[in-house]
Design a protein around this ligand. Structure first.
Ligand SMILES: NC(=O)c1ccc[n+]([C@@H]2O[C@H](COP(=O)([O-])OP(=O)(O)OC[C@H]3O[C@@H](n4cnc5c(N)ncnc54)[C@H](OP(=O)(O)O)[C@@H]3O)[C@@H](O)[C@H]2O)c1
Length: 324
């Protein structure tokens, strides 16, 4: 393997072009060597824009390139499994976008395909890598709010393009799949538990047939209740709040903070208030560096891919409840 992990990306997805590909290029242990698209001209255009040496007109051709050590998969949700499994079969370590698949059963087949072949696999849920998220987790583990009682979270924004993949049933869109999955991930990350029960109410798009707004409650064995909402049709907001017997933590701009800005943890503890400042950080870069280090050092990624299956189990449960 080369000194730096040589990355290839399958598709010209927005999230790649805007965030993850620049993060790979800035990473200390990786370089971006190739991009593939269903259309060679599209791949070449992004290769020219970002200075990527090779462009392919098919995902298969990139996966077959022996000079690529790792693949980033930012395809629409319904295609994560098919193409990640092709990467596994070719022995290519893969970082796949969230949510891991269309449902938990499909996600499990992906995790198994990589595990059987001993090939590295991880879900690109970047927000957990941000030093602020890590700090909040540490604070909770240290009892900063006493016993945790309630976690409340929200992630919504307004889509303007009706042809967006998030509004496609066939591509496994929906607000829970796209952004509510962060709120579930946060509740599971902060409690360290899987929910034992839940309820959800959803608003299904009349023309799209996907769930466009959803509100849910999750109950955990420890007694923690998490409630959250997600939307593809509402004013942009993303934040979470954790309230306990002795304190409260509020994190605004929680899931996709800009890499260049100092972020804040608002912390109330009994009679006092503190704004804890966290230095600017690029969570995409920290994530891809962790993946490349895991590959070079033959160790697991910081967050195991089974966590992605467990997150999908909660998504499946809440969508089933919302449909009832
Ligand atoms: N972690 C994050 O911060 C974050 C943020 C946004 C999105 N995401 C995730 O990243 C993934 C991509 O999201 P995005 O908004 O970047 O998507 P997007 O811009 O719509 O790109 C999806 C790409 O998939 C390829 N594709 C293959 N088959 C397709 C089909 N049938 N319909 C549409 N596109 C098809 C296309 O690339 P070619 O034409 O080049 O083949 C397209 O550019 C999703 O899983 C999403 O949940 C993660």
């Amino acid at each position: 393997m080369a000194d730096k992990i040589r990355w290839g990306v399958i598709s010209t997805a927005n999230i790649g072009r805007k965030r993850v590909l620049p993060a790979i290029q800035q990473s200390r242990n990786g370089e971006l060597v190739a991009i593939a698209s269903r259309n060679l001209d599209s791949a070449q255009a992004v290769a020219d824009e970002l200075g990527i040496p090779k462009a392919y007109g098919s995902y298969e051709a990139l996966i077959a390139d022996p000079d690529i050590d790792a693949i980033y998969n930012p395809l629409p949700n319904s295609l994560h499994a098919e193409w990640s499994i092709k990467c596994a079969e070719a022995g290519k370590p893969t970082l796949c976008e969230k949510p891991l698949a269309s449902d938990a059963a499909e996600a499990q087949t992906m995790v198994d395909a990589f595990a059987e072949r001993g090939v590295l696999f991880a879900e690109a849920f970047m927000w957990r890598f941000h030093p602020r998220s890590q700090r909040v987790k540490q604070m909770l583990d240290d009892g900063a709010v006493g016993d945790v009682h309630v976690i409340s979270a929200t992630f919504s924004f307004r889509l303007s393009d009706e042809s967006n993949i998030r509004l496609s049933k066939a591509l496994a869109g929906g607000s829970l799949m796209d952004v509510g999955c962060y709120c579930i991930n946060a509740a599971r990350f902060f409690t360290g538990e899987e929910p034992i029960d839940g309820q959800a109410f959803a608003d299904w798009g009349a023309t799209t047939g996907v769930e466009e707004r959803l509100t849910a409650i999750l109950r955990f064995e420890s007694g923690v209740i998490a409630h959250f909402d997600s939307s593809l049709r509402s004013q942009k907001t993303h934040q979470y709040e954790i309230r306990g017997s002795k304190g409260r933590i509020l994190v605004e701009d929680s899931f996709v903070p800009e890499a260049s800005v100092e972020t804040v943890i608002r912390y109330w503890h009994e009679g006092s208030y503190e704004a804890i400042k966290i230095d600017p950080a690029n969570h995409y870069q920290i994530m891809v560096e962790d993946f490349a280090d895991a590959l070079s050092n033959n160790r697991p990624p910081k967050f195991l891919p089974q966590d992605g299956v467990n997150n999908m189990k909660v998504i499946d449960m809440l969508l089933a409840k919302a449909r009832e």
